[in-house]
Design a protein around this ligand. Structure first.
Ligand SMILES: [Zn+2]
Length: 98
């Protein structure tokens, strides 16, 4: 993370949203969620959940060049118009997939 309360922390990306530039990083940017008791006799509870963060606020350590890098995207393949390509994450420094 580059900013916010989790600045300097490291984590594994557990989820990438393909239609936005957001990712979920394991253990980072936790939010506390209060769950209310739905049934009688059931206790309400507080759970921690990772919140998606923008890729612009995290630094990625590239597996190939092991440098902290920004995340980039490229669309794989030469597809006919109207078809969606496969979006892959790439290292902006060495260009390899992450
Ligand atoms: Zn790299």
């Amino acid at each position: 993370m580059l900013g916010g309360k989790d600045r300097g922390k490291k984590g594994k990306i557990t989820h990438v949203f393909n239609d936005s530039d957001k990712v979920v990083v394991d253990g980072l940017n936790l939010i506390k969620k209060h769950l209310r008791a739905r049934k009688q006799g059931q206790k309400g509870q507080i759970v921690s959940k990772e919140r998606a963060v923008s890729v612009s606020s995290i630094a990625l350590v590239c597996k190939a060049c092991s440098k902290p890098t920004r995340l980039g995207y490229k669309i794989e393949g030469d597809l006919p118009a109207g078809r969606q390509g496969i979006k892959i994450r790439v290292c902006k420094k060495c260009g390899s997939e992450t």
